[in-house]
Design a protein around this ligand. Sequence first.
Ligand SMILES: NC(=O)c1ccc[n+]([C@@H]2O[C@H](COP(=O)([O-])OP(=O)(O)OC[C@H]3O[C@@H](n4cnc5c(N)ncnc54)[C@H](OP(=O)(O)O)[C@@H]3O)[C@@H](O)[C@H]2O)c1
Length: 352
Amino acid sequence: MTEYKLALVGFGGVNRALAQLIAERNQQWKTELGFTLKIVGVTDLFLGSVMDRHGLDAASLAKLPTTKGAMAQLPGGTLDALNEAVIKDCGADIIAEATFTNPVDGEPATSFCRWALERGKHVVTTNKGPIALHGAELKALAQRNNVAFEYEGSVMSGTPVIRLAKESLAGSSITGFEGILNGTSNFVLTCMEGGLGFAEAVSQAQALGYAEADPTADVEGHDVRLKVVILANELLDAKLTVNDVTCNGIASLTLDDIEKARHDGARWKLIGAATRQADGSISASVEPRLLSNDHPLASISGATNAVSFTSELLGAVTVSGPGAGRTETAFALLSDIIHIHQSATLKQEHNL
Ligand SMILES: NC(=O)c1ccc[n+]([C@@H]2O[C@H](COP(=O)([O-])OP(=O)(O)OC[C@H]3O[C@@H](n4cnc5c(N)ncnc54)[C@H](OP(=O)(O)O)[C@@H]3O)[C@@H](O)[C@H]2O)c1
């Protein structure tokens, strides 16, 4: 039976939910997936860190109070975030990176990924920053060190889009995609269709926990822009940087615009899209688009996300599901680990 040793870097909503899943489901995974997970290190700027090569109790970690330095309460725990020691020296096979997204330079998460890959450890992450800003470099580093760098949760949380498009749609010749890739802005637009003004709709999203105290990254499209870069580079072999994607948010849409759209049998949506042009170049944008009611994305309401891939052989294939949520995003990390396990099993079977 395979057991993977795991280190959790960043212990906020996502990695804590992963610890909870491990506490509840490890035995089930043994029979269902053919492996178990053992947490050997955790580090977090706020909570501190703890390491034990023999394994930490996942249930106790999941229940740890969210008070500053709480890791120090655990045997061997410290107040400090010993990130480098946890990543490099706690004996982990896999590093689950889930610290905050830095949209400017992807740090410090990019360095965390580099340290791990250079040490020959697999990395699974839900953080858009390192992938959108340094994806090519990190993928090459992983390849050189014969380890995996997986990031399924970075675009639509637990809803599978990257591997679905790369594996199940392989050979269909994908020519582009359009997506509703930010639940907050879609929720705001749905509230506006119910008659709330933009500011009231944003307040409602904040009250329900969909929007941050500062909702700029969501409603101005900056969050979606990172996701467009990731998907375009991954699926269309584009070499886009963030500045290659034009970006306009939803703040200028009025209730009159929404009402006129309804009258015309259409809905406004914030769409992140990329398309391969006839000359082979890739055009990419984030912008409010008026979609007629028969468009595959027009019926996506509330905080749900969806992406519609266009390919030469299939036309439009659309996937919808949650684009956020702690457990949903922790599932994305699990799906990355499953992928690592399946690849390793295949290599073993073929003596590679
Ligand atoms: N939650 C979702 O629905 C979702 C969905 C898709 C993707 N993601 C991505 O997944 C990642 C984690 O999300 P989350 O919801 O778990 O975020 P979170 O609750 O804010 O947790 C992040 C944790 O990382 C810690 N941290 C920040 N900088 C660090 C550093 N330099 N070293 C060690 N720890 C550090 C934070 O500590 P402080 O509080 O002290 O800063 C915090 O405890 C983010 O990049 C997010 O964008 C989340």
